[in-house]
Ligand binder design. Sequence first.
Ligand code: PLP
Length: 433
Amino acid sequence: MTTTNLDRQHVWHPFTQAQTAPDPIPITSAKGIRLYAEDGREFLDLISSWWVNLHGHAHPTIAAAIAKQAHTLEQVIFAGFTHQPAAQLAHELVQRLPAGLTRVFFSDDGSTAVEVALKMALQYWRNQGEAQRTRFLAFEGGYHGDTVGAMSVGRGSDFFSTYGSLLFEVGLLPYPQTWDGDADVVSKEQAALAVLDTYLAQHGETLAGVIIEPLVQGAAGMRMCRPEFLQQLAAKLRAAGILLIFDEVMTGFGRTGAMFAAIKAQVMPDLICLSKGLTAGFLPMSVTVASEAIYAAFLGENFDRALIHGHSFTANPLGCAAALASLQVFEDEQTLAKLPQIEAWHRQGLAQLAGHPAVQHVRVTGTIAAFDVVTTDAGYTSAVGAKLKAFFHERGLLLRPLGNVIYLLPPYCVTQDELALAYQTIGEALIGY
Ligand code: PLP
């Protein structure tokens, strides 16, 4: 039986209405930015396969590191035991994160990294005798994953209304999204901070933390905010003694042009969540990194002061080996130095689309570029997205608009010609809009 037939019979795909979606495309191999399909087609992976791939598919350094590790130590319980790849990776991450983020807790994916951050924040306060601090603030549009805690702080997204009865309440702040030539950004930022002030005045004593996707909200439609906003947010929260959680699951590892958005914005959060690019997209793994003050609050004689969290595959050695190899590739290929070039190529491509009546709110942060397609049904369920996606697939581009938002988030091995082709094809897709 063909892959498609087997898949149709037995597989349940994520975020997919199987009754109306086209059959999934069987991919047999991938190299660099290219995916190779069973039927001979090729696709340029311009979204890094759900934002995970960094250096290109099947990068030999990372593939070799995983293979070597698999022959040495594939897995060991991480309670009461440790191993060199995990300890080394924790060290390497701390070297690269903003100073002060020193304690690395391993978990499995972006959602669980967020769950861990929420639990750490809650228990940090409880362990210090402030058990009344149970509330979280998040941002409108924010997406933090699809486990229950992550969905709760993602209530500001369009996705999870079906599961409302499972979720806890969170307060929502406006995300002051901006774009090229936006004249109103400062007033949007001030409005968001004013909502925060009101919330602090009413609920400041019961607030545990604030979670934000810094610089770019991903699933909301690559909505971008300015470093200046993050700096003001952090200053207010520091003054109020409330924890700031950066969800850098998507923005981490170079996406915004710096290793982390926290570094680009020059803001140190109390907790940071990393996944996706952590293993360069090779294996599922995540970390939640905490400040030393947070870690210290969990020490004591009693077990119930400890963080009650851990999974079967916590700190899996294969994932750690992949992550270490990815950091090695950052050095070998001088990856961070390449990123401004990608940003410049985005700007060139977008300049060709400028002036098209359907192109609105053009925005670029580092390797991420996006714009809105003007339509009457803007939003995640916009019909424009499905139509454009089909067009792009036909033309050999893996682009997956978020509703009426077209975005590109390529692996860092993308060439100028590949991006130029992508923008040319996008231009053709927009004829008639
Ligand atoms: N946080 C952010 C900002 C994300 O973009 C995502 C996934 O897209 C998640 C969390 C959840 O990560 P995962 O899908 O690996 O659970």
